[in-house]
Design a protein around this ligand. Structure first.
Ligand code: ZN
Length: 414
């Protein structure tokens, strides 16, 4: 990790690992995996789980939802009182470790939205799928290739879904459209969840000291026939267009919370400051990283016409490469020219994508994906190909939708 300590480390409740982390990674934030805590709770409090069907939901609500320490303390006390657990020794021990598992204490540390040791667990599952304990070296190499190909294929499918599907927008605010262009499909859905909450919150100006403005964002909630206010404090610095919210959502998962978005909406921002779009959540963050080592996956997805083009370009490139390795001067010259060419190709690709983005707003088709959600599938780019007539046979999907006219006009407000 180039001597860089991780921001956050998730483990189960093993004391030996906790001690090791505090010694070896003193600057990392140690969190307890919530999946393991819920498993332990199911064992230690099995009687309560069986007797009260609402306990599981209330316990999780106490762990995940409070956004201030005061709210957490209120929820925890209510949980103990409602289920008569004030004397329970396991919960007493868990409470002492609350800063390592209650979400309210995690919000100042970037966790990419994770709350469990899911990353290592999923890698363990993935490795078990391809590797057995007694593989001989030759078999291991074959399995290794299969594992890498499987991983890349899954990544490619996700990227394809992001690039080829158009998001459904529900809001007239341009920021939703802007976010749909920037975020990956999955992250955009998380962002939309925050946008949908805007109607529940009310923004109230508190004071302005000339450099910073303080606001209160308020929502009314009703529980057991009692209505109370939930408040968040939002600080805004106009000179830097910076916002910070007491819920600390942006610090935790890198996506602005509904409270900060409420402020930008009320201030009539048509675009969010770029610092609130993290590159790690963007559409093209991994584009090109493994282009040169994933050629088999690339080739398997080309149609016959593109395959001919691929083959022709490969032969030209190989001839240039051979000529470039004759001597040092040739190598320097060819390398320099290839890098210039790559820059031109990249610039041309960006220009085409911008152009395609404009066209996408005009034409799109309805489509339902594997998850059952409605999305609009962008029209494929049509290019003239050598040796074909004026007409082009429609593929099955195009034929099915050829009579449908779908408006991409955005509806609704937020
Ligand atoms: Zn907030």
């Amino acid at each position: 990790m180039e001597a860089k300590e991780p921001e956050t480390v998730f483990t189960d409740q093993a004391q030996a690992i906790a001690t090791a982390i505090s010694e070896v990674l003193p600057n990392s934030h140690h969190r307890l995996c919530l999946w393991h805590i819920f498993q332990n709770a199911a064992k230690r409090l099995s009687q309560v789980f069986n007797e009260f069907k609402t306990f599981s939901k209330d316990f999780k609500k106490c762990v995940y939802y409070p956004e201030t320490v005061e709210e957490f303390e209120l929820e925890w006390q209510a949980l103990l009182d409602d289920y008569g657990l004030g004397e329970n020794t396991w919960l007493e021990g868990l409470y002492k470790l609350r800063e390592k598992w209650a979400q309210v204490y995690a919000r100042s540390h970037f966790c990419a939205g994770m709350t469990t040791s899911q990353r290592s667990e999923s890698i363990n599952k993935f490795l078990k799928k391809f590797f057995k304990r007694k593989l001989i070296l030759r078999e291991f190499v074959v399995q290794y290739d299969k594992a890498i190909a499987d991983r890349r294929e899954k990544k490619r499918l996700v990227e394809t879904a992001t690039m080829q599907t158009k998001r459904n927008l529900f809001c007239a605010w341009n920021v939703e459209y802007e976010a749909s262009k920037f975020y990956t499909r999955k992250i955009f859905h998380y962002f939309q969840d925050e946008l949908k909450k805007l109607v529940d919150w009310r923004l109230e100006f508190e004071n302005d000291d000339g450099k910073t403005r303080k606001y209160k964002v308020v929502k009314l909630v009703t529980r057991n026939l009692e209505t109370r206010e939930i408040k968040r404090s939002v600080i805004y610095i106009p000179s830097t267009q910076s916002v910070s919210c007491s819920c600390r959502k942006f610090e935790f998962d890198g996506i602005l919370c509904a409270h900060a978005l409420k402020l930008f909406r009320e201030l009539e921002f048509s675009s969010l400051p770029s610092k609130y779009y993290l590159k790690r959540w963007s559409n093209d963050v991994t584009y090109g990283l493994d282009f040169d080592i994933d050629m088999e996956a690339l080739k398997s997805n080309l149609d016959s016409s593109s395959m001919v083009q691929y083959s022709e370009l490969s032969h030209i490139a190989q001839r240039i490469i051979v000529k470039g390795t004759r001597n040092d001067q040739s190598y320097t010259f060819v390398k320099s020219e290839l890098l210039k060419l790559e820059e031109k190709v990249e610039s041309r690709k960006n220009s085409e994508q911008r152009h395609a983005g404009t066209n996408d707003d005009i034409k799109s088709h309805n489509h339902e994906n594997d998850d059952g959600e409605n999305m609009r599938l962008c029209d494929p780019k049509i290019q003239k190909s050598v040796g074909r007539g004026k007409g082009r046979m429609k593929n099955a999907l195009e034929a099915k939708h050829s009579n449908k006219k779908v408006s991409s006009k955005r509806k609704g407000t937020c």
